[in-house]
Write a protein of this length. Structure first.
Length: 214
């Protein structure tokens, strides 16, 4: 939904549009390890008092300077931090896909929607979004696959901690197979993703085919 709204805003003609498109796409184009390390330091690198987020929250009087959030040191906060970084990385990719989908909608559809009085969010919800369901499904599928198979963000930020609360299948497999030298167990955990992702991919592609507008 966020990517769709961003795409609809970016297809309009305004000054600085190309610069804004580049700025939004940058999180996806930047090296994963580099951005993950950047976020690691933004979260405080394990030191809550050094977190940029906490500095803003304290100066906005949203939390006390003596009781700041340990973003990477508590299970719930660490999970929220990882989800935030993954969303920050995936939304630009989905936005580009939505922009391509919007560009493929015939001008006659926009003209008919304007005549019927569908503008703004109403046009997005009742006209554009139904026409882009197959594209949205493909974007969601890529997001699931990339997130499920990418261990960089979780490994750099939390290493699966605290208390193994943020482990993904990829980080768990790496921990077993490489760091613990149990190659058989690590390979078994890795292979578990194959049928799961296959079922997800087949299901979503079938949904995209049914959602196609002829």
């Amino acid at each position: 939904m966020c990517a769709g709204l961003l795409a609809h805003a970016l297809v309009r003609s305004f000054r600085g549009r190309w610069f804004l498109r580049f700025f939004i796409l940058l999180p996806w184009a930047a090296p994963i390890a580099l951005t993950a390390i950047g976020w690691y330091w933004i979260y405080g690198a394990g030191i809550p008092e050094a977190s940029v987020f906490n500095w803003f929250l304290v100066h906005l009087h949203l939390e006390s300077a003596t009781n700041v959030t340990n973003w990477l040191g508590t299970p719930r906060a660490a999970m929220s931090s990882i989800i935030t970084v993954q969303a920050w990385r995936m939304i630009p990719f989905a936005t580009v896909i939505f922009i391509a989908g919007i560009s493929s909608i015939p001008q006659e559809v926009d003209d008919a929607a304007a005549i019927d009085g569908a503008t703004g969010l109403k046009k997005f919800w009742y006209v554009s979004l139904p026409l882009q369901l197959p594209i949205a499904t493909v974007a969601l599928l890529f997001g699931i696959v990339f997130t499920a198979t990418d261990m960089t963000v979780t490994y750099v930020l939390t290493h699966g901690g605290p208390f193994n609360s943020t482990h993904m299948i990829t980080t768990w497999a790496f921990n077993l197979g490489v760091e613990s030298a149990s190659l058989g167990e690590g390979a078994a955990v890795s292979l578990f993703m194959l049928p799961v992702l296959a079922v997800v991919a087949i299901g979503m592609l079938m949904f995209a085919k049914r959602a196609e507008v002829t």
